[in-house]
Design a protein around this ligand. Structure first.
Ligand SMILES: *[C@@H]1O[C@H](CO)[C@@H](O)[C@H](O)[C@H]1NC(C)=O
Ligand SMILES: *[C@@H]1O[C@H](CO)[C@@H](O)[C@H](O)[C@H]1NC(C)=O
Ligand SMILES: *[C@@H]1O[C@H](CO)[C@@H](O)[C@H](O)[C@H]1NC(C)=O
Length: 376
């Protein structure tokens, strides 16, 4: 009995020890897996929370940041576009933004010219506050026109100007892709345009050049796609908060304009439309080449070109030379009496880096037209 009772505690102690050990093992297994679960949860949080927060913020900001004097115009086919006009008078000046950019980029130029006449900027479909339609909302008519090429953008612009009852004729000013659009527009609707101003025009033949295509589709486009991905994943918003990404225009502008640029930097819909404009630029260029060939510009429309020292200071020199050679070629062929203005020390960023030079020229143009109108 005694032995047994001695043995019993021993056995039970052993059993207890075994139990203890296996509990410890289970515990450590448990804590291993719970560490893994926690890491998993953290990763999930990192992957899911930023896009979720970003999306929630975008919803709110999209309502709040719409420019106060901007109009949302119904342009037909169920589409609505954002138009922002300032100033009063004639002739009306229309500003068409560089590739992938929203109307805010014209802020300085618009403010300055608006003291003389009415100046309007707008957001091309998909950019800024001109939201692209949801799939379920499209009427089908625009499906063929779905891609962001000059032909479709000019059609959008024309419907916008009619719907907003903008007084014709116009002074049409474009930069980069905006020059393709404003050329296309002026060749088709020539009675509506008295003056065509091309800032850093994209020559229609540039996409015939292998080196340019390599740069455009091999370097530039991937960097823009990365920006789009970064916006969609919420990374852009984080980087903006950390100060690693900054809005394009910062000097002498209101907090509202700064916030609006930050909103668009973290907005995947805007970024994706920007990528589309770059992606289809070769198609846009080809469309302009066709229009120019089949429908020459009216001799009553004056054409001027504004360029800086180079197209883009950040790209290799041989590409800049290529742009400048092909610019010269299309100007000689299509607009022999062009007025060429050269602005020192700038590149394609001139509309926000040296806006005074551009507004100076536009103001001169407006005054000349106004003087002519009065003398009639
Ligand atoms: C289309 O879908 C969106 C989101 O799914 C919805 O908000 C909108 O009301 C729909 N529009 C129509 C016309 O059904
Ligand atoms: C901002 O304002 C200052 C002072 O008026 C001026 O010198 C500068 O050129 C302005 N910057 C821009 C980009 O307009
Ligand atoms: C534009 O580039 C795309 C992709 O490289 C190509 O498929 C298309 O044919 C090009 N279009 C023109 C007009 O060159």
């Amino acid at each position: 009995m005694k032995k047994r009772s001695d043995a019993a505690p021993g056995a039970s102690r052993k059993a207890a020890e075994d139990g203890q050990r296996s509990k410890v093992e289970v515990k450590s297994k448990l804590s291993h897996s719970s560490v893994l679960i926690n890491i998993g949860k953290c990763l999930l949080l990192i992957i899911i929370i930023p896009p979720f927060l970003n999306y929630a913020s975008l919803q709110r900001e999209g309502q709040m940041l719409l420019p106060k004097d901007g109009q949302i115009v119904d342009v037909g086919l169920g589409q609505r576009m954002h138009l922002l006009c300032k100033g009063q008078g004639k002739p009306v000046v229309i500003l068409d933004a560089p590739t992938g950019m929203s109307s805010d980029i014209w802020f300085y130029v618009q403010e300055s010219v608006a003291t003389l006449t009415k100046v309007c900027t707008y957001d091309r479909m998909g950019l800024g506050f001109s939201k692209r339609l949801m799939q379920n909302e499209s009427t089908g008519t625009e499906k063929g026109w779905g891609i962001s090429t000059t032909g479709r953008m000019v059609d959008d612009l024309h419907r916008l100007l009619l719907a907003a009852e903008i007084t014709m004729p116009l002074i049409l000013v474009g930069s980069e892709i905006g020059t393709l659009n404003s050329r296309f527009y002026s060749h088709i609707h020539d009675v509506q345009v008295t003056d065509l101003v091309l800032i850093d025009p994209i020559p229609e033949d540039i996409f015939e050049e292998e080196q340019w295509k390599e740069y455009w589709y091999g370097k530039l486009l991937p960097s823009l796609q990365a920006k789009q991905f970064s916006a969609a994943s919420g990374l852009s918003r984080l980087l903006i908060i950390l100060g690693a990404i900054e809005p394009t225009i910062k000097e002498n502008v209101s907090e509202e304009i700064i916030q609006r640029q930050k909103y668009l930097l973290s907005n995947p819909a805007h970024q994706s439309s920007a990528v589309d404009e770059y992606y289809f630029m070769n198609e846009s260029a080809a469309q302009v080449r066709d229009i120019v060939r089949y429908k020459p510009l009216s001799s009553r429309t004056s054409v001027s070109v504004i360029t800086g020292d180079s197209f883009d200071q950040q790209i290799p020199n041989h590409l800049n030379q290529m742009v400048s050679r092909l610019q010269k070629k299309f100007l000689e062929e299509s607009y022999p009496s062009v007025d060429h203005i050269h602005i020192k020390g700038v590149d394609r960023r001139m509309i926000y880096k040296k806006p005074s030079a551009i507004s100076h020229y536009l103001r001169k143009l407006v005054s000349q037209r106004q003087a002519k109108q009065q003398s009639h």
